[in-house]
Design a binder for this molecule. Structure first.
Ligand code: PBG
Length: 325
């Protein structure tokens, strides 16, 4: 009687499949990244990210409430300032767009969600790098750290509960942790971008924040070829006090998520980035992919690889779909 083993017996009915399904995505595990544009009077569509906008202060509040009502677990905020300078001073300014909007969201949402803030200079510098430049035009690690410390305090004071240092400067987690503790913000957490690759998948994000970058970030973001280096970055960040560690991008780096999961004793996040979003949206708009199935399958894959938390531009919509199942 061949075959003696029939794995299909576990797949025969929806009830069987539901019973033995190994991995699940829940709305609470999703974090919605959002953009707010200084001075905007209506939401501005981002061409390379159909469905995602640069919010006004007002529409930001409303969309954030909708996300929370859909069950999304957190919000990660990015600011798009009207003016930029060499040192990114708009990021430190308590009246800068990011800090003002963090205050808005905290007032609106209180502790109903986890409010997170991008802690990086690239949106605020006129050269578009994630740090300040030295006389030779190179990103100056330690001078940048001093600014990150000030930025961390401004964001904590504005009500951010978790800070996401994403600039890939050496020592950034330690400097942020120390600055927070010294100012009494011991409850403000650090979501460390431990593993951030110099990725082509960030392309649409540069539209979203109107990046003025010329050149690339290869001297600070990681080589996509390297996984040992990713584990070293993770170990350093844990040592410096990271509360969560993150891998970014997600879908092209599932092996890295798995490897980090195996060494990290804190929750692991993964960021499904702008290029991952744009690829699916473009293919779906052409009728080449089933949008909903593709989105849910990629979220599931990222969870299966070992991510506890997923940042996704589809968070609100996906939460709605997941709730119906
Ligand atoms: C830097 C930052 C970037 C992203 C998140 N934080 C851009 C970059 O490193 O170039 C990319 C997110 C995405 O592509 O969705 N502040």
């Amino acid at each position: 009687m061949f075959p003696n083993h029939r794995p299909r017996r576990l797949r025969r009915t929806p009830a069987l499949r539901r019973l033995v399904s190994e991995t699940e995505v829940r709305p609470r595990q999703l974090v919605l990244p959002m953009f707010v544009k200084e001075g905007a009077t209506e939401p501005i569509p981002i061409a390379s990210m159909p469905g995602v906008v640069q919010h006004t202060r007002d529409t930001l509040r409303k969309a954030a409430v909708a996300a929370v009502q859909a069950g999304v677990g957190g919000i990660m905020l990015f600011g798009v300032p009207q003016t930029r300078d060499a040192t990114g001073s708009g990021g430190v300014d308590p009246n800068g767009v990011l800090n003002v909007s963090l205050r808005d969201l905290r007032a609106e949402l209180g502790d109903d969600t986890v409010l997170m803030s991008d802690l990086c200079l690239d949106e605020f510098t006129d050269h578009g790098h994630c740090g300040v430049l030295d006389d030779n035009g190179n990103v100056d690690n330690d001078a940048t750290l001093a600014i990150y410390a000030d930025m961390a305090l401004a964001q904590a004071e504005a009500g951010a509960q978790y800070l996401g240092p994403s600039g890939m400067m050496d020592g950034q987690v330690g400097v942020v942790r120390e600055a927070l503790d010294a100012a009494g913000h011991v409850d403000t957490g650090v979501l460390a971008y431990s593993v951030k690759f110099a990725s082509a998948f960030f392309g649409p994000f540069r539209d979203a924040v109107e990046s003025q970058l010329t050149g690339d970030r290869m001297s600070y973001q990681q080589d996509p070829a390297n996984v040992r280096e990713a584990l070293r970055e993770t170990a350093l960040d844990l040592n410096e006090g990271a509360d969560l560690v993150m891998v970014k991008p997600a879908l092209a780096y599932l092996d890295v998520i798995r490897a980090v999961r195996e060494v990290a004793d804190v929750p692991v996040a993964a960021y499904q980035v702008s290029g991952e979003y744009a690829m699916v949206e473009a293919a779906a708009a052409n009728g080449w992919l089933d949008r909903r199935r593709t989105v849910l399958e990629s979220l599931l894959a990222i969870r299966r690889a070992g991510a506890d938390v997923i940042l996704s531009y589809w968070a609100t919509e996906a939460a709605g779909w997941l709730d119906q199942r």
